[in-house]
Design a protein around this ligand. Structure first.
Ligand code: PLP
Length: 393
């Protein structure tokens, strides 16, 4: 079984490029060039240098002793929360801004949910002196206010998406609309392993630095490159794709994807896409998505803006359907508790998205000698208001 994209961008039956005619030249230009550009020594050199000196990579692989004691297993946290800007998203935006420059683009657009991808995009645009417009749902603008302020300080224009559930899906629709209207000068920096081919594969490749580092760091600490399990939360699926990437073909490494169950899988207010989703097309890709029996997209819900998306990247749809990945859904309440627990046990306040991955520890029992790597995708600064209101701090 192949778990990477084939030449047409398919992961099993999922993926591809289902796009309006107007966007064909853009995605085709990218498709024809992305692998060749990524393999150019000068591109690699600049990408690696920026990851090191600007992002602060490699991020630590931290043995969480008190958390390990509590759950009677060996837990490592991959500290993507320590990346510049506070989450893994910047690995991808560094790659894509360099790609945009190679393609001669002079304007950048992006969508954002939690605001982390928006901040990461605004950051690299400031770094390169390129104009930046970020689309963000009106609800997310309210619940992730610090990130909106950061984007503005960085010189980006934040445009509210006012349709639908006014969250990530709707921001993505607006960004695609903008791209259709500005096909020549604009590059769309998609923030996850979603969208038409080649985006899911390109973003997964940029994020694969996460599992590349886990391998060498674990080798140094444990004498083996391979943990028993790698765990990551899945919104669109980019931090998970990066954490899983170099383990996809190794059946001895268990892959666990954690989705947002919101108020409960059967509550009608959730974002547990793999369990609830049916095959459909969203934002240019054939994948699993939550929809009504007549094919209308169901409005998703999660307390965490970054997981509040009705679809999932095609790689993850394939991991789910093929059985290679184990998929678990975690409610708002369980995620919030896990976030508080990590803060108190390890002195690390996680993003609520990452708290979903941590909450797995309450739902699955690992053996005492298992090595479990949890990808801590981001830090909780942006979520302080939500934590304050939830716990009445
Ligand atoms: C900290 C953090 N983790 C996870 C996610 C989910 O995105 P993805 O599934 O692409 O990693 C987000 C999205 O904004 C995020 O900010």
């Amino acid at each position: 079984m192949n778990y990477n994209a084939d030449e047409k961008g398919y992961y099993g039956e999922f993926g591809g490029a289902f796009i309006p005619e107007m966007l064909y030249p853009n995605t085709e230009e990218l498709r024809q060039n992305y692998i060749q550009i990524m393999e150019e020594p000068s591109f690699k050199k600049e990408f690696d240098q920026l990851l090191k000196d600007y992002v602060g990579r490699p991020t630590p692989l931290y043995h969480a002793k008190r958390l390990s004691e509590k759950y009677n297993t060996k837990i490592y946290l991959k500290r993507e929360d320590l990346c510049h800007t506070g989450a893994h998203k910047v690995n991808n935006t560094i790659g894509q801004i360099l790609m945009a420059k190679k393609l001669g683009k002079t304007r950048i657009i992006a969508e954002t949910g939690a605001g982390q991808h928006g901040v990461a995009t605004a950051t690299v645009c400031a770094l390169m002196g390129i104009q930046c417009v970020v689309y963000m749902g009106e609800i997310d603008i309210a619940r992730q206010a610090p990130n909106v302020a950061r984007m503005k300080m960085l010189g980006a224009e934040v445009r509210p998406a006012l349709s639908g559930s006014r969250t990530l899906k709707d921001a993505t629709n607006e960004a695609i609309r903008d791209w259709i209207n500005n096909p020549v000068d604009t590059h769309y920096i998609i923030g996850s392993v979603v969208g038409p081919h080649p985006y899911p594969d390109m973003v997964a490749r940029f994020q694969s630095v996460i599992s590349k580092e886990i391998k060498s760091q674990l080798k140094e600490k444990e004498g083996t490159e391979n943990p028993d399990y790698v765990v990551a939360c899945v919104g669109g699926g980019s931090n998970a794709a990066g954490a899983f990437y170099h383990y996809l073909d190794n059946p001895n490494v268990g892959i666990i994807a954690v989705e947002a169950a919101g108020k409960g899988i059967d509550s009608g207010e959730s974002a547990a896409t793999s369990v609830l989703g049916k095959v459909g097309i969203i934002h240019g890709s054939k994948t699993l998505l939550m929809q009504t029996p007549d094919g209308q997209i169901t409005e998703p819900y999660s307390i965490s803006a970054g997981l509040d998306y009705p679809g999932v990247g095609p790689m993850h749809a394939h991991l789910y359907r093929s059985g290679r990945g184990e998929f678990v859904s975690i409610t708002d309440d369980d995620a919030m508790k896990a976030g508080l627990l990590l803060s108190k046990l390890e002195g690390i306040i996680p993003a609520i998205e990452s708290s979903h991955a941590l909450a797995l520890l309450e739902h699955k029992t690992f053996k005492p000698d298992d090595i479990v790597v949890i990808n801590l995708s981001g830090r909780g600064d942006k979520d302080l208001d939500t934590y304050i209101n939830y716990f009445k701090l």
